[in-house]
Design a protein around this ligand. Sequence first.
Ligand code: A2P
Length: 306
Amino acid sequence: NTTTYKLNTGASIPAIGFGSFANNGESGYEAILAALKAGYRHIDTAAAYGNEEEVGRAIKDSGIPREELFITTKFWQTQHRDPKGALELSLKKLKLDYIDLFLIHWPYPQIAKSSKEEDLFANSGEEPIFDEEWDITKTWGLVQELITNHPELVKAVGVSNFSIKHLNKLLQAENFQITPAVNQVEINPLLPNSEVLRFCKEKGIVVEAYSPLGSSGRHFPNPFFKNEEINSIAKERGVSVAQLLINWGVKRGYVVLPKSSNPQRIADNLKDIKITDSEFERISGLIKTLGEHRTPTPAWIDFSNY
Ligand code: A2P
């Protein structure tokens, strides 16, 4: 699938990106390399995924010219006071001169137990210490400075896991200058996030969907892969359930970031299958029988604030 969108910077972004979360170590490196070989030109990573070195090595070994690639990374809660330091650390691990997109990973500034790297990214399973003296408008101020002063290091900036409330906070702040290029949030047919989509479209913010397949099923049952209705659509069309879910997202007009560690499924997920209006409606209707589905997230995420 070679669909692209335009960011508010003028840059284009491939509609399907490879979600690299949980692809770590040697097998992670192999999966990322398999994605590049299969034709993905857009890789999504994050400092907290702990795999920027693997991503960087796969990029280098793929031999694909840097300018043909769109690379995103994100900085963690404990890095809100120093996005520039975070960017430098990410670039060093990725062994890249610049990244295409740099995102605030979550709108929750936190304090690390120490500045040691393992403590910076350690907190997802622990009780977080929130940085009460800080807030996301200050973070965005530093991000705006970063891209203004260092356009050679970062081509676009944006946010992730921001609600309309969080976005409005940035857009209405006194220091607001640059509209985020992207907001990356969880979206699947059982979590359509239509209000966020509408808001972002109006503001010229490209939305990216993570966990578009309903995620792994390791800690909870995947709602789609065994579902009769979507399997019958897949069977009628001779496509996979994952292809339907991915192209349902592309048809709604945002970036979709499927992840897989299996080379066959990685390649399968990139194939362009234009879904019809009636297939689209059937997939959109799944929520009526299946209800809402969101991947389990750490307790420090306050969705009541969304
Ligand atoms: P695997 O790595 O074994 O392929 P999400 O992108 O929503 O987070 O979902 C990712 C999960 O979906 C992974 O566990 C991945 O497992 C699985 N997956 C990815 N692509 C496919 C596919 N084409 N068919 C079945 N499962 C898939």
